[in-house]
Design a protein around this ligand. Structure first.
Ligand SMILES: *Cc1c(COP(=O)(O)O)cnc(C)c1O
Length: 360
């Protein structure tokens, strides 16, 4: 294997135990969309079922159908908008989904299939969901529905990691809207709002569920989650394929952006941007190798990249040795910062070409 992502199930379970300090397992909806943030949807699902998690959320109808096919007894909620052609099939499979506007309700009524739905309300995320001014009309419409039965209501935070004030504003909005809806529509039994950071920072006794994603995978830093500590589930490794000691200064990689120095040792590593190592890391990122951070030098190529080997390791570096891109020694959040993005994007950007190796 030239490169691989090691998925550590022990760390996954540690993270669940940590979440249990704020919410019991029965209350957790494990978010496993986007191939479980790159960790492998069905494997993560299976491991979490063994840990007695029963509720899952995904982003698309295809993801939901895969989970249901894997285990028909777990509950699955689709968090993203779905296309009309999927609605019959997923309601038939008892997959929960949300309605976000009046057009969807009209479609479901017209199709005359009894359907349990969640109502998605926009409390300030500005993505999808009923607007506050539409709630009265929504209640009236739903009262007259013969087939659409609202069983729950939820909303989503935009800034629970960074903006306590705005999060409180959204929570108040949600409280107001959900109270009104639940008092007028008795079939609505479930409500939930908190995502990962929301669950760690806010009380959840008002809610039936918490929707946890990134903290399950440990794609967070201790500062962000204090006093809770999460462990990285994914570590990304690759092998050294080639080593050279330069006799004279010479350029390394595309575009001649890095001039290698005479006398220095450089190693080529078998991983590149097609595997999910971002090109932003060119001349900026590093890998962890035998207790040292080695700089990525020159541009990251599609399938390979080069690193500088410090003098202390120059004599012992050898072909086939393994370097870490992120994991126990370099956090994925740190890598994300270097790439001007968030850990989520790095994790789900590890491509399908990279084998996932599950360890217990
Ligand atoms: C992705 C998603 C989550 C999980 O978010 P995290 O920040 O990973 O906890 C929760 N709710 C909705 C609606 C989402 O789309």
């Amino acid at each position: 294997m030239r490169c691989w992502a090691e998925i550590n199930i022990k760390n996954l379970y540690h993270n669940i135990d940590e979440i249990e300090k704020v919410a019991p397992k029965e209350k957790m909806i494990a978010v496993i969309k986007a191939d479980a943030y790159g960790h492998g949807m069905l494997k993560i699902c299976e491991s979490l079922i063994q840990k007695r998690i029963r509720h899952f959320a995904v982003a698309t109808a295809e993801e939901a159908l895969k989970v249901k096919e894997f285990d028909n007894d777990v509950s699955v909620l689709i968090l993203g908008p779905i296309e009309y052609e999927y609605m019959d099939k997923i309601s038939e499979k008892n997959i929960y989904f949300m309605v976000t506007d009046f057009e969807e309700i009209k479609y479901l009524e017209k199709s005359q299939i009894p359907t349990d739905v969640f109502l998605k309300v926009d409390t300030g995320m500005g993505r999808v969901g009923f607007q506050k001014y539409e709630i009265d009309e929504l209640i009236e419409k739903l009262k007259n529905c013969k087939f659409v039965k609202p069983i729950g209501i939820f909303s989503h935070f935009s800034s629970s990691d960074t903006d306590a004030k705005y999060t409180e504003f959204q929570e108040n909005n949600f409280e107001e809207i959900s109270k009104k809806i639940i008092s007028k529509l008795p079939s609505v039994k479930y409500k939930h709002l908190l995502n990962s950071f929301g669950s760690l920072k806010l009380k959840n006794d008002k809610y039936d569920f918490v929707r946890v994603g990134i903290i399950i995978y440990g794609g967070v830093t201790d500062e962000e989650t204090k006093p809770y500590k999460f462990k990285p589930v994914m570590s990304l490794f690759a092998k050294i394929s080639y080593i050279k000691k330069l006799k004279e200064d010479s350029f390394i990689s595309y575009g001649n952006t890095y001039l290698g120095k005479a006398g220095q040792t450089y190693a080529t590593v078998s991983i590149g941007y097609a595997d999910g190592v971002r090109r932003d890391l060119s001349n900026k990122g590093y890998v962890y190798y035998k207790g040292h951070r080695c700089e990525i030098v020159g541009r990251v190529c599609m399938d390979q990249l080069m690193v500088h080997i410090p003098a202390e390791l120059a004599d012992e570096v050898k072909k086939g040795d393994v370097v870490e891109f992120f994991g126990e020694n370099i956090s994925v959040s740190e890598v994300a910062n270097l790439c001007n993005t968030i850990s989520y994007e790095i994790l789900c950007g590890i491509s399908q070409r990279v084998p996932r190796i599950y360890v217990k």
